[in-house]
Ligand binder design. Structure first.
Ligand SMILES: *Cc1c(COP(=O)(O)O)cnc(C)c1O
Length: 394
């Protein structure tokens, strides 16, 4: 056996040492409620303000806008709904195309499909796990024409309207590179920051670079509202419209039900927002814990042959939402062996999502060459990453 062989016993014994005394089985990312969650949710029950109106919804919007340094935040029922609305308000319509990475959670492409549009898949780069801006630029140069200021796919004849970069596992994508490509090809950028709350690119929060950024507060994300999401933007009009269309387009009136367009019931309920306000109060503490777990992992896996621990890209600060091992190319056949060993030993592990262009509903979608996404999908393994696992490492 070569010295490069990946020893799954060694990986498990590292986890046993790092997590001695912890309860098992442990999930990949479990929620954590050590703050005012209990008080705020109780207040909702006591006052019976549990639904689509109440003080916590607006407070979450204001507090999150403040945290991110954007003008406005609109709270919604989940991240997918946020993406759907952000794309719709960007003018994405039936038969348009929207560029999304192939290596992302299925929601990114689903939101495009919910607009009646077609996902157009872009490849990722190994150092960020996000869209490869340089290769996307070259691809668009060869595959599109600009007419009347609009970008057309030369093959399908359809208009490409937007790009949705995603910050994989919290690691910031080359957002300036993607933005530059968007400017060159007249594409709107909507950031899928569902996984990257609190992550920074050159000192600026992810989710604040494009026309709008969306966040998810699903139960497995860094902070959670049970289910929930948010749209962040510096465009007041965009925010007002987002607020209107996510609340059934009801016109303000003391008693009359007057709605001025076909709209959605996408408002985050107060009881969920109550959780969110409490979680956001602790975000900076959570981020420190997550960083300390990632640093411990980095140290422990430093000299393990056959894999590396993925660390934040240059000039960025990741929230380390999901910690990730990258197996060497020759070790990809060990991926499922290791995941199975992990699960049997009480440690949740997951591979990267199947590349979306391989899913049956998206197989016929346009795409650039996707060999990096295909290759990395065989080699990545997420390992336990809950916030509370960060305690006691420094
Ligand atoms: C979690 C997630 C979403 C959407 O989240 P929901 O709140 O579950 O709808 C979107 N994109 C990515 C990349 C995600 O990880």
């Amino acid at each position: 056996m070569s010295s490069e062989h990946l020893d799954s016993d060694r990986v498990i014994s590292i986890l046993d040492r790092v997590f001695a005394g912890h309860n098992k089985p442990m999930g990949l990312h479990e929620p954590y409620f050590p703050g005012k969650e209990w008080d705020y949710v109780k207040e909702c029950l006591d006052t019976r303000w549990v639904s689509s109106a109440g003080r916590f919804i607006e407070r979450l919007e204001v507090d999150l806008a403040d945290y991110l340094g954007v003008k406005r935040v609109v709270a919604v029922v989940n991240g997918t709904a946020g993406l759907h609305i952000a794309l719709k308000l960007s003018g994405v319509e039936t038969n348009d195309e929207v560029i999304v990475p192939s290596a992302t959670f299925v929601a990114t492409a689903n939101a495009v499909a919910h607009c009646g549009a077609i996902p157009h898949f872009a490849d990722i780069e190994p150092k960020t796990l996000g869209i490869d801006a340089a290769r996307l630029g070259e691809y668009l140069r060869d595959a599109t024409d600009i007419r009347d200021g609009k970008c057309f796919n030369r093959n399908t004849g359809r208009c490409i309207k937007a790009v949705v970069p995603m910050h994989t596992f919290g690691h910031p994508v080359d957002i300036e590179g993607v933005l530059e490509v968007c400017q060159r090809y007249n594409l709107i950028m909507i950031e899928d920051a569902a996984e990257s709350i609190g992550s920074m690119y050159k000192g600026k929060q992810t989710g604040t670079f494009g026309k709008a950024g969306i966040f998810s507060f699903n139960g497995n994300k860094t902070i959670t509202t049970g289910g929930g999401g948010a749209i962040a933007t510096n465009d007041e009009k965009f925010a007002n419209f987002a607020r209107h269309i996510t609340t059934t387009a009801k016109m303000p009136h003391p008693w009359e039900y007057r709605h001025d367009m076909v709209a959605y019931n996408y408002r985050m309920p107060n009881i969920n927002a109550a959780l969110g306000v409490a979680q956001l109060e602790q975000l900076d503490t959570f981020l420190k814990l997550k960083r300390s777990l990632a640093e411990r992992y980095a140290k422990e896996f430093k000299n393990v042959s056959g894999l590396i621990f993925f660390t934040e890209p240059e000039s960025t600060k990741s929230n380390y939402w999901l910690n990730t091992l990258v197996l060497n190319n020759e070790q990809s056949n060990m991926r499922d062996v290791l995941i199975k060993r992990g699960m049997e030993s009480g440690y949740s592990m997951r591979p990267l999502w199947l590349p979306l262009h391989t899913l049956k509903m998206y197989q016929t979608c346009p795409r650039m060459d996707l060999n990096v996404a295909e290759n990395l999908s065989m080699r990545l393994i997420n390992i336990p990453s809950s916030v509370f696992l960060g305690k006691g490492h420094s």
